[in-house]
Write a protein that binds this ligand. Structure first.
Ligand code: NI
Length: 388
């Protein structure tokens, strides 16, 4: 298999660079989808298109056997102006593959190519899911709702991880990544002269009280052993330094590792916001975003299977088990709520003596050196799982 990977690597790296130069955001991955379809055509792997609101692709390789394993890559980019200086930098302004999804797509195409060349080793079917809109728009939910996992026995996905050295692969068994919810708060006060606050109701003062009161949810209403984060990320109010405005808006996000903690915050947030506003004669209303992500829980058995696969293929030291979950979110959680599986972290730091730019940084670039590791990991997970 290593020989096959070495042979296909130049074309996979070329594909990665092309995808990197053409970043497209949530549900707009049309060029990307065409490019992946063309690559799958070139290697003779069958697929269907039009999934998850249009740009998703599901390729299939059938071997002899009843079991089915799915492997997933996300496809979308971010609204960031690239500042890496690489020759294949983004050709589209304010669009960038700053989360490495270009690498994930190339990795999955490479895995399809390797498994197609070694299909005699497949004791079952492999589905390759190219999923749009991982960032903020829950593309993974549409894949699950379409029934693409209905005949699937296990699912694996991976994400490049800039704090992990290239050559290592990490899996955190159990709760591994957080839920993500987004909220918007409208505060209604009464505008007046900045010198006469008693004549009105100051929404900026109320917003400040709400920021402070919201922190009591994490510190006073949840168990300290159950991690949670609540962040007010945006406040907007007022136009002049001598006028108390009529209204203020606030926006933010909260994260949790279990459905229980997430539900507690969902209940507490409107209560704290509305009553804090009332205490100061204002009115506040809360709206939650349309696309919350559930917490991501790796199946313990599949995590052990992934760990053993990594250790047998690359050696014991190649495996890394993170001590703590990440409070970032990932819509692969929808897959894992449907089918057992695991989400792997693929080492992406080329020099352990230095920190590598983080995900969503304008300086981040997926590392091509990680591709052989990712392709072999995914290929072996599929072959070994189907063997049973
Ligand atoms: Ni990502």
């Amino acid at each position: 298999m290593k020989k096959t990977i070495n042979e296909i690597l130049p074309s996979i790296v070329q594909l990665r660079h092309e995808l990197h130069a053409h970043p497209e955001i949530r549900f707009e991955e049309h060029w990307t989808s065409d490019r992946i379809a063309a690559y799958l055509d070139s290697i003779g792997v069958a697929y269907t298109r039009g999934h998850a609101k249009g740009t998703g692709i599901v390729a299939t390789i059938k071997g002899s056997g009843d079991r089915t394993v799915a492997l997933r890559s996300d496809m979308d980019a971010l609204e960031i102006e690239e500042d890496t200086g690489v020759p294949y930098s983004s050709e589209i302004s304010e669009r960038m593959h700053a989360c490495g999804h270009d690498g994930h797509m190339a990795n999955l195409c490479g895995t399809a190519q390797v498994l197609n060349a070694h299909r005699d080793q497949l004791h079952g079917t492999v589905k390759f899911i190219f999923q749009p809109a991982e960032e903020q728009a829950a593309g993974g939910r549409y894949i699950v709702e379409e029934g693409i996992l209905d005949d699937v026995d296990a699912v694996f996905g991976l994400h490049c991880w800039p704090t992990l050295p290239i050559g290592q692969v990490g899996v955190k068994s159990g709760p591994a990544m957080a839920s993500a919810d987004f909220f918007h708060i409208d505060i209604e006060g009464i505008g007046c002269h900045g010198a006469d606050p008693g004549a009105g109701v100051d929404p900026i003062y109320v917003a400040s009280q709400i920021v402070t009161a919201l922190q009591s949810i994490v510190s006073r209403e949840t168990n300290p052993w159950d991690p949670a984060v609540l962040t007010v990320a945006r406040i907007q109010a007022g136009f002049a330094s001598n006028v108390i405005p009529e209204t203020a808006i606030m926006e933010g996000t909260f994260r949790a590792l279990t459905p229980d903690v997430r539900n507690r915050i969902l209940e507490a947030l409107p209560r704290v916001v509305e009553h804090t506003a009332l205490a100061h004669r204002a009115k506040a209303t809360v709206r939650f975003g349309h696309d919350p992500y559930p917490p991501l829980h790796n199946d313990p058995e599949m995590s052990t299977f992934a760990k053993e696969t990594v250790q047998e293929v690359f050696g014991a030291e190649a495996f890394y088990e993170p001590h703590a979950a990440s409070m970032a979110a990932e819509d692969f959680a929808f897959y894992l709520n449907k089918v057992p599986g695991a989400f792997l972290f693929l080492g992406n730091n080329p020099d352990a003596s230095k920190t590598y730019p983080g995900l969503h940084s304008p300086h981040f670039d997926f590392r091509d050196e990680a591709l052989p590791v990712g392709i072999e990991t995914m290929s072996q997970l599929a072959i070994r799982f189907l063997k049973g």
